[in-house]
Ligand binder design. Sequence first.
Ligand SMILES: [Zn+2]
Length: 439
Amino acid sequence: MNDQTRFLIAGATLADGRRTDLLVADGLIAETGIGLSATGARRIDADGLIALPGLVDLHTHLREPGFEPSETVLTGTRAAAAGGFTAVFAMANTSPVADTAGVVEQVHRLGQDAGYTYVQPIGAVTVGLEGRHLAELGAMASSRARVRVFSDDGHCVEDPLLMRRALEYVKSFGGVIAQHAQDSRLTVEAQMNEGQVSSDLGLAGWPAVAEESIIARDVLLAEHVGSRVHICHLSTAGSVDVVRWAKARGIAVTAEVTPHHLLLTEELVRSYDPKYKVNPPLRRAEDVEALRLGLADGTIDIVATDHAPHPVEAKDCEWAAAANGMVGLESALAVVQAAVVDTGGLDWADVARVLSAAPATIGGLTGFGHELTAGSAAELTLYDPNDPHEFTEADLAGRSGNSPYLDMRLPGRVRYTFHRGQPTLADGTLREEGLVANG
Ligand SMILES: [Zn+2]
């Protein structure tokens, strides 16, 4: 198979429910319609498969440079392709931190060399993620990596004056600050959601207000300076309320939720299994319900994975010593189906919006997230929503295995991922080598 191979995807169901064939040629969707024929094209029987615009993740930790035992750009983008993603935004908490044009250009280039998805680096807001001095936001924006999203994720930008300056700075080039909302004073030594379960288990609590108070401050700051703010991984009902209030007031805020916060609750922590330890922590069932409703009514704009790989030793230990984080790229679409599609909150057009179109728009990424129409770039995912199976290590394609879904039943599988007109995942199997970058 060379990169000129053409594909006739036959009988796919689009997100809006219409059935169509899709002819993929020269990196584009060349033609759509019923009963297409194309001599020499490789035929893919897509009966029963949903064709979605290639998924876009606004929140991925690829760990390179610096933490290659956990993940690399290559292994992380292989995990992304396995999960139906065609573009990922790489968080800045690497070593060195992505706080200069040099580092973001390095990550961008590593993504092109790997060839599994587009990799859009996120730049740090502050030098070294230390929260003291603004990083070179302008230099990163005008670099070859063309950074538009800035985040200290893993850390909160706590200084309100620095946050204000960052919000003001990115206005000039249409950038956005993505805030990891966590008041560190309120979460000293916190181990899990603060409430009845943390009392039962004797673990230090992580109160909802530590998240909600930062979000409230930041939406007001964004209003004050007339800028745009994005809130990472909402996890509480109160956070949904604050964002809903801010949007009603006309504030330019967008928000994300992770698949795990849409499906899992703090009750799992009773197992003391560190695979359930994550930042922000798993919350109450009431919070999960509020997050689902917030996603359904548009208060929450997108689903983002917060894919956070860790080596075995960081998780194979007692709860208090374990690292926060879960891998999530490979399972995201099936978990979203289980949490919000099969429960009736979202339809597939909504899924296309929250996992592709909206994250591309928020991140200022062109060429992704568009509807699958003739003439558009062939970035697409074919998903089988009727393939219930036990999720196992064989379903993981990255370097780390810290998934909370191992041995759980998930309702569907990604069958094909097309990036730049060629399959990075074909009939459930990853392409051996990535696509060669052309220019
Ligand atoms: Zn975070």
